[in-house]
Design a protein around this ligand. Structure first.
Ligand SMILES: *Cc1c(COP(=O)(O)O)cnc(C)c1O
Length: 383
């Protein structure tokens, strides 16, 4: 059987149903499974522990990330929490300093109360990373590209640094999707997704998934999945099985549109700065080219002031003002007051999250319509 990305997306875990020939994986909306005799069953006992629709999705996404196993959760945050539960009180975790805000909040307000120590560090600065590693450091956890400034960290080098210190490397791959970046093939030990974003792709599911290569990590994470119980519904897994069949097509169009928008913004006088790893002007463009097959659909732009950002956002006609990202429809947000408002202002400013910053999740609409919409809104911003 061929093993190209889309062939895997469409067929692995998605074989015709053995019982009926159903082309789509059946939605097993059940909480329990009949057993023939004590200890004699078909591999399924209770649906928190395992469900055939969920198992099909886990097989599928494991293959797309070049892992051996995947463990699905009710949200991206539940997936990240499960990774943290691999560790013990007294262990230390090093987080990227511009991690998704919810990830920082989880470590800062919840896990730290349970004795998990953590620090944040600029994962682009390898010397700083080395300096922050302690004897108790068990995990380096990075995100690349990051939100909202699209910084890139070097996965292969971070994996070497982590392993040299006896730690693991986890990568939040939400922004790239496995179509553009496969951290496990670059040496990472754990990949996590908010499948709410590109994997789901239609803004209709909240879901998270962890993918690993080691059997040991897979067993420990399945144990946490069953024991803690933050499992996804069978229906959400079924929607994801449907969504990934078009992941490659969607990602190609996200990227085509994002590059066109980024290029337009770069040449428009209303834009002070464009953040898109696919532009040669991006400071880590070279690393991005090395470790990614494409640059995805997220573009941020600096418009210089809150008033200009507001004029831009209210002038958009196709692109909708909303949080979240990765869906077929284009969305715009104002990180300073929306997605990143919970970060203290001095930290926001120090990182470049300004009042004039706008983040665009470029969808798969017709390129010309998006270009026209952005051009019109930029023209309305004023110089
Ligand atoms: C949205 C997001 C999360 C959290 O996922 P949920 O599905 O909302 O729980 C984690 N990481 C990144 C990069 C995200 O964008």
């Amino acid at each position: 059987m061929p093993r190209g990305f889309s062939t895997k997306a469409i067929h692995i875990g998605q074989e015709p149903d053995a019982l009926t020939g159903s082309m789509t994986v059946p939605l097993y909306q059940t909480s329990t499974f009949a057993q023939e005799a004590i200890g004699k069953h078909k591999g399924f006992e209770y649906a928190r522990t395992n469900n055939p629709t969920r198992a099909a999705w886990e097989r599928n996404i494991a293959a797309l990330e070049e892992g051996t196993d995947a463990i699905a959760f009710s949200s991206g945050m539940a997936a990240i929490d499960a990774i943290a539960r691999l560790f013990n009180a007294g262990d230390h975790i090093l987080l990227a300093e511009d991690m998704y805000g919810g990830t920082f909040r989880l470590f800062d307000t919840v896990l730290s109360r349970h004795g998990i120590a953590f620090d944040t560090v600029d994962m682009r600065d390898l010397r700083a990373v080395e300096r922050m590693i302690r004897p108790t450091t068990k995990l380096l956890f990075t995100e690349t590209p990051t939100n909202p400034l699209m910084t890139i960290s070097d996965i292969a080098t971070l994996a070497q640094v982590a392993h040299a210190h006896g730690a693991l490397l986890a990568v939040d791959n939400t922004f790239a999707s496995p179509y553009f970046q496969q951290p496990l093939t670059l040496g990472a030990d754990i990949v996590v997704h908010s499948a709410t974003k590109y994997l789901g792709g239609h803004s209709d599911v909240v879901h998270g998934v962890v993918v690993v290569r080691s059997q040991d990590l897979a067993e420990r994470l399945h144990f946490i999945q069953n024991t803690v119980g933050a499992i996804p519904s069978p229906f959400d897994c079924w929607l994801l099985l449907r969504s990934v069949k078009t992941l490659a097509l969607r990602m190609e169009q996200h990227q085509r549109n994002a590059l066109a928008v980024a290029q337009l913004c770069q040449s428009h006088p209303a834009v002070k700065q464009v953040y898109y790893p696919g532009l040669p002007s991006h400071p880590q463009h070279e690393i991005a080219q090395r470790q990614m097959r494409g640059f995805s659909g997220m573009v941020s732009i600096e418009l210089g002031s809150r008033a200009r950002a507001e004029r831009f956002l209210t002038s958009l006609q196709v692109i909708t003002l909303a949080e979240s990202l990765g869906g077929v429809e284009s969305l715009a947000c104002h990180p300073d007051t929306m997605t990143h408002a919970s970060i203290p202002e001095p930290i926001r400013r120090a990182r470049g999250i300004t009042e004039g910053l706008v983040r665009l999740s470029i969808g798969i609409e017709d390129t010309e319509d998006l270009i026209e919409d952005v051009r019109h809104a930029l023209d309305c911003c004023g110089e």
